[in-house]
Design a binder for this molecule. Structure first.
Ligand code: PRP
Length: 220
């Protein structure tokens, strides 16, 4: 049976507070990277609430206790470059996860994703993939990443991002209705084609936070 994509904009006050600091153009790269890391951990906490587990027993110093153990192997899939900053904090929370990098950049004119790095092995090695990319703008990069993961054989995929445009949410949900979208916030719209000098570039999320890659790596 087909289903519609589930979209989860976060309601969490900590995420909202940190998101506001991320948007602030005065926030410098060091602080910006810290915030990306912290927001990513909080989003991953929400995105992993339905991971499968089994009951196990463990001896505490006092008695035998019933406990739980995760049963699914998790893959973190950061989309280069901007997704890199989302990995480390989440990885600390789930240190046995595998990290598979996907290199895509968005062509400035066509806004289409261009693949430049993919070292996925022939057979899938994980059961749940978390695609990590702070920005879901037109959705082209996210759709291309999920296409690659499905071709690889990934069974369960979730998108974890920080800011989305409605256009990106719609495109990803239509292309991949089985992929849950966990996002800090859905913003208003994307910038149109510039009409005169000084207009912002095409395809940026408004109000957004600018270019998440440039702001993390100090390359603005
Ligand atoms: C940004 C962002 C996403 C993509 C989103 O990356 O990190 O990967 O654009 O846009 P889309 O939804 O329209 O595809 P960018 O191409 O700027 O590369 P970078 O991360 O290397 O800066």
């Amino acid at each position: 049976m087909s289903r519609s994509a589930r979209v989860f904009p976060s309601q969490h006050p900590l995420i909202r507070h940190k998101l506001t600091l991320l948007r602030d153009r005065r926030t410098e790269p060091k602080k910006f990277r810290e915030l990306i890391r912290e927001v990513s951990i909080l989003l991953a906490y929400e995105a992993t609430a339905d991971l499968a587990w089994r009951e196990v027993e463990v001896h505490s110093p006092l008695a035998l206790a019933k406990g739980h153990e995760l049963t699914e192997k998790i893959g973190l899939v950061p989309v280069l470059r901007a997704g890199l900053g989302m990995v480390e904090g989440i990885w600390e929370m789930m240190p046995t996860a595998e990290v598979w990098h996907i290199g895509l950049y968005r062509d400035e004119r066509s806004l289409k994703p261009v693949e430049y790095y993919n070292k996925l092995p022939i057979h899938p090695t994980v059961q749940v993939c978390l695609v990590l990319d702070p920005m879901l703008a037109t959705g082209g990069s996210a759709v291309a990443t999920v296409d690659m993961l499905k071709k690889w054989g990934a069974q369960r995929i979730k998108f974890v991002g920080i800011i989305a445009a409605p256009e990106g949410v719609q495109r990803l949900s239509q292309a991949h209705p089985d992929v849950d979208i966990h996002i800090a916030v859905i913003d208003d719209h994307l910038t149109p084609e510039p009409q005169r000098p000084g207009d912002p570039p095409h395809g940026f999320i408004v109000p957004g936070l600018g270019d998440a890659g440039d702001r993390q790596f100090g390359t603005a």
